[in-house]
Design a protein around this ligand. Sequence first.
Ligand SMILES: Nc1ncnc2c1ncn2[C@@H]1O[C@H](COP(=O)(O)OP(=O)(O)OP(=O)(O)O)[C@@H](O)[C@H]1O
Ligand SMILES: [Ca+2]
Length: 571
Amino acid sequence: MGHHCSKSVSDVSHHAAISGGSRPSSSPIPEDTRHSNSVSATASPFSSPLPSRIAPSPARTRRKFRWPLPPPSPAKPIMAILRQKSRKASIPEENQIGEEGLGEVQLDKSFGYSTNFGAKFELGREVGRGHFGHTFWAKGKKGDLKGKPVAVKIISKTKMTSTVGIEDVRREEKILKALSGHKNLVHFHGAFEDANNIYIVMELCEGGELLERIVSRGGRYQEQESKTIIVQILCVVAFCHLQGIVHRDLKPENFLFMKKDENTGLKLIDFGLSDFVKPDERLNDVVGSAYYVAPEVLYRSYSFEADMWSIGVIAYILLCGSRPFWARTESGIFRSVLRADPNFDDSPWPTISPEAKDFVKRLLNKDHRKRMTAAQALTHPWLRDEDLAVPLDNFIYKSVKAYLRATPFKRAALKALAKALTEDELFYLRTQFKLLEPQNGFVTIDNYKAALVRNVTDAMRESNVADILKMMEPLANKRMGFEEFCAAAISVYQLEAVAGWESIATRAFEYFEQEGNRVISVHELVQEMNLGPIAHSFLQNWTRSSDGKLSFFGYTKFLHGVTIRYSNTRH
Ligand SMILES: Nc1ncnc2c1ncn2[C@@H]1O[C@H](COP(=O)(O)OP(=O)(O)OP(=O)(O)O)[C@@H](O)[C@H]1O
Ligand SMILES: [Ca+2]
């Protein structure tokens, strides 16, 4: 669970092979400094000018490197959040309790889990440690798990110093339970409690962390092997996202191999920072691990795309053995995340395929709207494989919703764009259309509903199924063929990040000239886009003076439609 990062197990060499890849720090960093660098300024999250719930990853090296300060108290980040939420600050920080003479506030720490852990399992050695959880090997004493090894994450109740902390543990258990079943997600066996601890029983992953494997391979993976890893990561993350859950702490330490063998399956663990997100919701609490945190998380407005950024960082590390965003201090890392362009020039990048590079770049786009979704990433030319089962993408539902609410002129603009798409984009759209199981080439609202129901889990039922279906209401009594589906499902922002965008846009405008462009006044445009009068000035050059129709420039701008930024300009 981890409010940020830390584990205590400690292989110093973990980080030896991973140095910074972001400019301007591309020069090799001496090994001994790399270690301390990666974490030194991070001992106190409060000394950083940037948000406090981020801690460096992996922070476990701290002990090895004899940190001047102990790791930050997990209670502090919770307190920071609490203070923001309410000014009451009713629960003191851990280290203030003594000083201020305040006793511990009474919290209800009973979770309603079974209390017979001891009767069912026999604990063995410790296999891992995180900020909150110590994970142990254990063996079942009874029932289905009799004689079988399992992993038990033990979370001490004394560390739960606030209602928020308690809720975090409840949520971790709930999410793990609801998501359990995916082949790349650690299987959940049950949760137990006693007066002192919570016991989360899971399948045991004996193969160690992905990070350890990267290091044992001399710092990086070959391209083909990287693909195998990334596909597994994308499959499980696409699954989480479809269920309305954002993980928020994707990093190589949170992926474990089932067995020591090279090619055993990878399992995602640690849902301690995960949360439910509704389709149009933005989260604002700053959590994660510094090297993997997305820019928009630091700006406190993010959703699923933040996980995709982290996958971009993981892919970058797998392919070249360096971190894309690196600095000596935590605030330096954040600055790099916000401003630096990762280095794709130095060795080994010249030997890596253009598709792999394009793949990473399309995840490490600082504009979250331009990033690929997990399902899209699985259809990227680098990974594309007809035999790979691409999951349903809830992003489609959002795009279709926006299309259904758009004006006829806007829809015409999108239809022209859809006609100009290349095979690369069509591949993704075709897989998604197929997942809706069209009848005679058409889909209706029922197809959208049924596709969701087919993929529903308890987690999703709770988070967003009803919301998603509500978004689709304008589709009632309509049906959509593949061409219109393409117009509805494409994202202009994402297309702008595609290498061939210029030629797609040019071709699209030609279609638009033939079938959709019309004379439109600036006043009409302002209404079309639901903007305030202030917009007049910046819409002036969207139309051609020769015939009063949209210019190419105006067309490409108009395609964006109304975004939050636009609506903010409304009076
Ligand atoms: N199912 C498992 N099988 C084997 N080892 C595990 C398992 N789950 C966790 N571990 C080990 O225990 C460590 C801590 O687990 P986890 O990441 O869930 O704890 P945490 O306290 O939330 O961590 P963090 O501080 O990173 O947030 C893992 O890094 C891993 O090494
Ligand atoms: Ca962890």
